[in-house]
Design a protein around this ligand. Structure first.
Ligand code: ADP
Length: 312
């Protein structure tokens, strides 16, 4: 792994309020990092400092070993930033908007046309390049915003809540785009308060709350931190006799069993699997009608870390 972005003990206060409080994490080349936390956690403030838009009170950000400061610099060319607020001219066409962004980076001539074509294809708007932005849906505007941030072909794309207020179709289109960028070896930082979105894309998850990092791990490692529990549902043709229930409760790895008229709910401990339960039912001549497992959701990790739900 090659280190791309090194974020060290960033802090930022607005007047009396400390929005970001000693945030550190790293992004490896080609990695997608999900920055997750509830509203007000400090995600936007953090990413604004990562792209040099906001000066930290303390701490540093290095990209490829070079410090990102305020003002224009070569190192900032390696970053593309998609802010929450859209920065598009509604009266201009999609391509005209892209040309304005390209001008900021000195892209012109044949490369300009090639980049416009490439980024419009990436965000699935090739057919709409000549149309005015005012005719676009909210989701299409957001995709054009992503295209704009990609005009200079940055190594690292930073997206601040890219799917907030977006229709499901555009949301999927955004994910497709991000998956393509990932396949092209680009690095991504993606903020969200939806764990399931981050889970789909991220190789690494940084959870922040009240401006502090609570966890900085792979999704698999986060899952391992969740307390026990896979849930089994076993539907039976008739109510389970007490002996069946007691027998399951006595099996190694079973932490709880409850019964109702239609069957059994079994809670398994962290390292337990469902096979001994099924084997025991089988040994008792019991044939379940239906059997299902559900694993603890990654969403629950936030509850586990803070005692609050992510979207309270
Ligand atoms: P998030 O992106 O996770 O929702 P923000 O970084 O936007 O969080 O905000 C972190 C905290 O800083 C919040 O308490 C917010 O109210 C405060 N904050 C953000 N921007 C400003 C600002 N420009 N002036 C004052 N307070 C701000």
């Amino acid at each position: 792994m090659t280190l791309l972005l090194d974020v060290r003990t960033l802090s930022k206060s607005y007047a009396e309020r400390r929005a970001v409080d000693g945030v550190s994490f790293q992004v490896q080349a080609g990695q997608t990092v999900g920055l997750i936390g509830p509203n007000g956690a400090g995600k936007s403030t953090t990413v604004s400092m990562l792209c040099g838009l906001l000066r930290p009170d303390a701490g540093s950000v290095e990209l490829d070993g070079v410090a990102i400061g305020a003002g224009p610099s070569e190192v900032k060319r390696k970053i593309g930033y998609v802010p929450q607020d859209l920065a598009l001219y509604e009266a201009l066409s999609a391509r005209e908007n892209l040309r304005l962004f390209a001008a900021l980076y000195g892209i012109k001539g044949a490369p300009l046309k090639a980049r416009c074509d490439a980024v419009l294809a990436l965000v699935n708007l090739s057919e709409r390049g000549a149309d005015k932005v005012i005719t676009f849906s909210g989701g299409m505007k957001r995709r054009l915003n992503i295209a704009a941030a990609l005009m200079h072909d940055p190594q690292l794309l930073i997206l601040d809540e890219p799917t907030v207020g977006v229709d499901p179709q555009s949301r999927n289109a955004i994910f497709d785009t991000l998956e393509q960028l990932k396949a092209m070896g680009r690095s991504l930082i993606y903020t969200s308060h939806y764990m399931e979105e981050v889970e789909r894309l991220a190789d690494h998850i940084v959870i922040i709350d009240h401006g502090k990092v609570l966890a900085d791990e792979s999704p698999a490692a986060l899952y391992r931190r969740l307390p026990s529990q896979a849930a089994l549902r076993i539907d039976l043709a008739e109510a389970a006799p007490p002996s069946l229930r007691a027998g399951i409760a006595a099996l190694a790895g079973v932490s709880a069993v409850s019964a109702d008229a239609g069957g059994l709910d079994v809670l398994l401990g962290a390292s337990a699997d469902a096979l001994p339960v099924m084997a025991w039912l089988h040994s008792q001549g019991c044939r379940p009608l239906h059997f299902a497992t559900a694993r603890t959701k990654l969403e629950d990790i936030f509850l586990n870390l803070t005692g609050r739900s992510l979207r309270d």
